[in-house]
Design a protein around this ligand. Structure first.
Ligand SMILES: CC(C)(COP(=O)(O)OP(=O)(O)OC[C@H]1O[C@@H](n2cnc3c(N)ncnc32)[C@H](O)[C@@H]1OP(=O)(O)O)[C@@H](O)C(=O)NCCC(=O)NCCS
Length: 147
């Protein structure tokens, strides 16, 4: 189930984060985003298996974080999370989503490509230990149902 993140999720999210990233977010950064309706948890029977966070950056929807516990990958959870984020920002009227991903993180680049993102450019030295690949995808408005 995907639902809005709550304070009680954060210890589990930090555990997943620590398994996923060379420079993980600390718990206070997760806490700082609890007011964001685009911060969501993927939970099954009390276990937080993944999370995603989307916000605004210069008028575009910006995917700030997404991660799935290593033991639960390649089961479609990441895709469900990113689709949830896309549906949310579509409702807010955004027509493009952007993100940065480490140049070395080719697995996640493949994940984003499979979800409709295309490479826009490279930013040298964006991370302390790597360059960033900027990827983006259009978000189309859904037609209104006929009266
Ligand atoms: C990126 C991430 C969230 C994907 O989560 P996931 O639940 O495994 O993704 P899905 O199961 O929805 O994958 C959908 C498709 O994306 C592609 N894909 C996903 N991970 C991939 C990988 N490591 N290598 C190649 N393709 C991959 C595949 O096409 C996959 O479909 P398939 O399994 O039928 O082949 C997960 O790998 C993760 O948490 N990585 C570490 C954190 C991270 O790097 N986050 C992104 C930071 S920018």
């Amino acid at each position: 189930m995907i639902r809005r993140a709550i304070l009680a999720d954060i210890p589990q999210m930090v555990q997943v984060e620590n398994l996923c990233f060379p420079v993980p977010w600390p718990d206070f950064l997760f806490k700082a985003h609890l007011n964001n309706p685009g911060f969501v948890a993927y939970e099954e029977e009390g276990l937080v298996l993944g999370y995603a966070m989307v916000g605004d950056f210069r008028g575009k929807a910006h995917l700030q974080n997404i991660a799935v516990h290593p033991d639960f990958r390649r089961q479609g959870i990441g895709t469900e999370l990113i689709e949830w984020c896309i549906d949310l920002v579509r409702l807010y009227g955004y027509r493009e989503m952007v993100l940065e991903v480490r140049e070395k993180n080719t697995g996640s680049q493949a994940f984003y490509s499979s979800n409709g993102f295309k490479v826009s450019r490279t930013v040298e030295g964006y991370y302390m230990d790597d360059n960033a690949i900027v990827m983006s995808r259009k978000i189309y408005a859904l037609p209104l149902p006929e009266a």
